[in-house]
Design a protein around this ligand. Sequence first.
Ligand code: URA
Length: 218
Amino acid sequence: MRATEPAMTAKVTVINHPLVQHKLTLIRQADTSTAKFRQLLKEVGMLLAYEVTRELPLKYEEIQTPLAPMLAPMLAPDKKMVIVSIMRAGMGLLDGILELMPSARVGHIGLYRDPSTLVAIEYYFKLPHDVAQRDILVVDPMLATGNSAVAAVDRIKEFSPMSIKFLCLLAAPEGIEHFHEQHPDVPIFTAAIDEHLDEQGYILPGLGDAGDRLYGTK
Ligand code: URA
């Protein structure tokens, strides 16, 4: 199904693997250092990507082991993904995903939140040229108001990719609702759904500002 066609259901998958949940708890803790935060986000990015890609199609190829020929499964070459990172915090998840899928193509969308309106403002946009033949995984650790995620997917849909998925670490109920109002065809994968947003648009209990914690800018 093309990303621009309406979907039947808006799906949210909570990836509750114990390793993901343990690492998420460490990431949340206020006294986790920048270095540790970065390392954990990378590790959790790898684990989340493992779950998100579990339905990638395989094709069977004749190979030779040291002992015998066999038909063995390989990833279908025409189903390569594009990972689109919403900067800047998306970069933390992206690093782990690329460890797992080193040949994936990468796109970048630079968005910042206007602090008074919380509206997403675009400052950078670059996608691989052949997006129309590819499946897209948009990554941002935080689905808070949903404004950045909606803006990113709006832009990506201009290029008519085969499909789009959205991957985050934490989601707020308000963000999920807003995102699926605008993009009911895009499934969300997250490690947890937290309680609510505060008046500044931060997820509670959350983990603070993911970009600041990733880059030590606060
Ligand atoms: N962005 C963040 O980095 N943290 C939040 O809690 C919400 C948005």
